[in-house]
Design a protein around this ligand. Structure first.
Ligand code: SF4
Ligand code: SF4
Length: 306
């Protein structure tokens, strides 16, 4: 069997580490584990995901988990954000862990196996800040065939690995165990690799390391990663003030600006613009670029009803 888990959170909530802690817990319990974060949007506040497969046999699948058996959602506002793709590829019998104090009024796309715990509340109380990796890991481990002792050991290993001091490690263990104890169990059902074909699961043969090293087969494919969906603010160019100097074009790290037409007018591709605002900071003409908050960010700031 393979259990596929996808973690969703925002940059800074430590969902990559949560995946590592659960993976290490599984490994200590005798399973094989494969974890990886989503690369690209590592910026505070941006929707991020990480992926974990655990199995009692060799894992032949690679890449993102497109059809998870379990999702763990660190920030419930992401469920409403279509850009975060929290609900992508979910089968109707998939399970979900949501970091919320209560499931009242929470409907997650018809899923029936939904459980919760107030990890943020626990993290603020125990750690004094909303770092959620150990807590979310504790809640997720509760839903898997993994013991609390393996969880405890894994938190120690992973927290030491990222350089935490002994007292901080102890507090993380406390947080993980509280979330483990406090999370109601829901059953996890897993699909075979064959059943996942329609969800783009990649089934690979096992080869020795000499011939199975990772290989990038295609070049120039960053265009398909729509970095525009992690923008909090957008730059907008005032063509009355813009002198067509081209500085923004030179500095944009995403090549999201093109110089168009005979007057080399800078045009921003908002599918690719990630909102770093380097163009705004480098533009030598006052007022030629203004910064506008994205609509969704304003909505989230006002509070979203899920
Ligand atoms: S840097 Fe400013 S003035 Fe220069 S082309 Fe870009 S927007 Fe126009
Ligand atoms: S904010 Fe400006 S510099 Fe940054 S990605 Fe967008 S267009 Fe490029």
């Amino acid at each position: 069997m393979i259990i596929r888990i996808r973690f969703h959170g925002r940059g800074g909530q430590a969902m990559k580490t949560a995946g590592r802690v659960v993976g290490t817990s599984a490994f200590l319990e005798g399973f094989k584990a494969q974890d990886s974060p989503m690369y690209g949007p590592e910026r505070r506040g941006a929707p991020v995901a990480s992926f974990l497969r655990i199995s009692d046999e060799e894992i032949g699948e690679r890449g993102y988990v497109w059809s998870p058996d379990l999702i763990a959602v660190a920030d419930p506002t992401l469920i409403e954000d279509p850009r975060a793709k929290v609900l992508d590829g979910l089968r109707e019998n998939a399970a979900a862990f949501i970091n919320v104090p209560s499931l009242t009024n929470l409907v997650v796309d018809g899923l029936t196996r939904v459980t919760n715990y107030d990890v943020t509340g626990a993290a603020l109380r125990i750690l004094g800040r909303a770092v959620l990796s150990s807590g979310v890991a504790g809640s997720v481990v509760k839903l898997l065939p993994i013991s609390a002792s393996s969880l405890e050991e894994a938190v120690k290993i992973e927290m030491e690995d990222i350089g935490l001091k002994e007292r901080e490690i102890d507090l993380n263990v406390k947080l993980a165990l509280e979330c483990y104890e406090g999370t109601p169990k829901v059953p996890i059902e897993y699909a075979t690799t064959e059943e996942l074909e329609e969800f783009r699961a990649v089934a690979l043969e096992q080869h020795p390391p000499e011939i199975s090293t990772a290989l990038i087969r295609n070049v120039g494919n960053t265009i398909y990663q729509k970095t525009g969906n992690w923008r909090i603010s957008r730059p907008e160019i005032d063509y009355q003030k813009c002198t067509r100097c081209g500085v923004c074009f030179d500095y944009c790290p995403e090549a999201a600006i093109s110089l168009v037409g005979p007057d080399r007018r800078p045009v921003i591709d908002y599918d690719q613009c990630k909102g770093c605002l380097i163009c705004y900071n480098e533009c030598p003409v006052k007022g030629a670029i203004r910064v506008v908050k994205e609509e969704l960010v304003e909505k989230l700031a006002k509070g979203v009803t899920i």
